[in-house]
Design a protein around this ligand. Sequence first.
Ligand code: AMP
Ligand code: ZN
Length: 111
Amino acid sequence: MDCLFCKIVSGEIPSKKVYEDDRVYAFYDIAPAAPTHVLVVPKKHIDGVDAVNAENASEVAYIFTVIPKIAESLGLKGGYRVVSNVGADAGQTVRHIHFHILGGKELGRMC
Ligand code: AMP
Ligand code: ZN
């Protein structure tokens, strides 16, 4: 499958790793939208939030047990935002489910 984030997970495309275990990989976003901007992805390919189902939901649940640990390791004591864009209207550019961790400043209200 020609998937950018599968290639990052496999190491075929380099990334700046923040966290890794047997199910999750996290790395710095190449175009940060906040002082701290990290992407968290399951190693198993899932297209997006719109492709979560009973079979793969455990990967997503597991990611949400890891996100607070990553945020703590990044020193985001003041809080952070977790975002997942779905489809064209939200501007999803990579069809491998990912969760943006954004922080390091007061982020303001969302649109
Ligand atoms: P989205 O637009 O929600 O699909 O998020 C995709 C994110 O991947 C964007 O914030 C991009 O800046 C980021 N991105 C694209 N290519 C890379 C890469 N090679 N390494 C790290 N982040 C990337
Ligand atoms: Zn993928």
